[in-house]
Design a protein around this ligand. Sequence first.
Ligand SMILES: [Mg+2]
Length: 242
Amino acid sequence: MMENNKIQPENMKAAGSAIKVVSFDVEGTMVTTDFSTAIWFEMIPQRYAERWGLSFAEATRKIKQEYDSLGDQHIDWYDVQYWFTRFDLGQADIAMEGLQPRVKYYPETKEVLKKLDGKYKLSVASGSPRPFLKHLLRDIEHHFSAVYSSTTDFQQVKTVEFWAGMCRDLGVEPGQVVHIGDHRQFDFLEPASIGIRAYHLDRDRKAGDTESLQSLSELVSLLSEGKINSEVDNADNSHHTG
Ligand SMILES: [Mg+2]
């Protein structure tokens, strides 16, 4: 249990006021997966087909096998240049720049950032490598005072060590951070396990978990209604969602 002896008494009088940082995952959370899909399932198989003299369908089957054989728990899986090198496809960064028009934000993203900017310190906690974030955040990065890429900065997926390192770097206790993201393990279970107020975003309600949020706007409502506070275990008046 995290107890609050490091929180100054004057901060404890208003329950909601102790949240200092609102942290966002990027892909599947603020930005759609269109850009990534275009890279992994259009550009790479297309180049692979040309390089190795296969049909697009054959190339797609082959690269999917290769992706799956490595798996998303491995940091190389996230690295486009790793795959470009492995498949002998040239320079990834030049190819990625050409796909910038494929970056798409979810409808509420920009409005939500505008509403929260100035009220909280906003930060990014993403598993995407920085070469991706450069494109994915281009239109919204002015809202964020910090951007963390677990794969580039910490050489790992978003484990407990990543979340603890992020809090240390931000100079806050885990209970002063709200995070939202669409990966149940990396954005919810792992950060929640060290006391971050984590919310799982499930836009399509695929997981069927009633505690998940369906849009970023729901997080704004919870914050503005003071329903999120930093006291981790307050059985009397502190409820997570639902
Ligand atoms: Mg995500």
